[in-house]
Write a protein that binds this ligand. Structure first.
Ligand SMILES: [Zn+2]
Length: 236
C-alpha cells in the first residue's frame, strides 16, 4: 500500500464536502486520484461519514486492486479517464440533482453563462447512456469530455476533473450551478446563449483565472507592485 494517508484523508474530506454541499446524495458519488503506478479510489458501499483512510482502494494500471475493500462499482470510467487524460489527476463523479435533470433530458449545457469556462470549453456535453460500471460508459464519457474538464452522463449524473480533488470539486460545484442556471433560463423561455467570439474572449481570460501573478496573462493580476513606502493605505 502506498504511504499516502494525507491524500486518503483529503479524498474522504472531499466526498463529505460534496454531500454537505448538496452536490451528491448518499453514497452515489465517487472519487479517484492518480498515484504512482495506479490510482486510489473510494470503496464500494461504504458511507462517507463511516469511511476510513485505509478503506480507500488502491488499483494498478492492469485494473487490479489491493486489499480487502472493493473499489467503487464505477471504477471503470475513473480508470479509463485517468489513463486517457494525463493532464488530470483527479476524477470526481456525482449524481448532483440539476446535472442529473439535464442528463435525463440528454441536454448539453450551452454557454448560457460565462462561468462555463471553468469546465475548460464552451459546452458541457451530455453523453449517451450506458449501464454503470461498463467499459461502454467509459467510451461515452471520454467522447463527451474530449479535452474538457466536465461532462454529463446520460440518464446518470456528472463527471468533473482536476489536477487535485479540490480542483475537481470546484469544477463540480460550478457545473452544478450552471445546470441550475440553465434549467432556470429554459423555464423562462430560454436564455441568451453566448456566441463563439464572446466565449473565445472568456476562455482566454480563464487562462489566468485563479492563478497567481507569475503565471497569469490578465494585466490586473500582473500589475502587482511593492507596497508604497508609507507602509500601506491610510484613510483620507
Ligand atoms: Zn453514478
Amino acid at each position: 500500500m502506498t504511504d499516502d494517508r494525507d491524500l486518503r484523508e483529503e479524498m474522504i474530506a472531499t466526498c463529505l464536502r460534496m454531500n454537505a454541499s448538496g452536490l451528491n446524495i448518499g453514497a452515489a458519488g465517487n472519487l479517484s486520484v492518480r498515484v504512482e503506478g495506479g490510482l486510489l479510489i473510494t470503496p464500494s458501499g461504504i458511507a462517507y461519514d463511516k469511511m476510513r483512510p485505509e478503506q480507500i482502494v488502491e488499483m494498478d494500471w492492469e485494473g487490479r486492486y489491493y486489499g480487502d475493500f472493493v473499489p467503487s462499482s464505477e471504477w471503470r470510467f475513473h480508470y479509463d479517464i485517468l489513463k486517457a487524460r494525463p493532464d488530470v489527476d483527479a476524477v470526481l463523479h456525482s449524481h448532483a440533482v440539476n446535472c442529473s435533470i439535464l442528463a435525463c433530458c440528454r441536454l448539453d449545457i450551452p454557454p448560457v453563462h460565462y462561468m462555463i469556462g471553468v469546465s475548460g470549453g464552451d459546452v458541457v456535453k451530455c453523453s449517451g447512456y450506458a449501464p454503470f460500471g461498463t467499459a461502454e460508459l467509459s467510451v461515452e464519457a471520454l467522447s463527451a469530455l474530449e479535452d474538457r474538464m466536465a461532462c454529463l452522463l446520460g440518464n446518470h449524473g456528472v463527471i468533473a476533473l482536476g489536477k487535485t480533488p479540490a480542483k475537481a470539486f470546484a469544477v463540480l460545484e460550478e457545473v452544478e450551478n450552471l445546470a441550475r442556471v440553465y434549467i432556470g433560463t429554459r423555464m423562462l423561455g430560454g436564455g441568451v446563449i453566448l456566441g463563439k467570439e464572446e466565449m473565445t474572449v472568456v476562455l482566454e481570460r480563464f487562462k489566468s483565472y485563479g492563478k497567481q501573478a507569475d503565471e497569469a496573462v490578465d494585466t490586473a493580476v500582473k500589475n502587482r507592485v511593492e507596497p508604497p513606502p508609507h507602509g500601506g493605505s491610510k484613510r483620507l
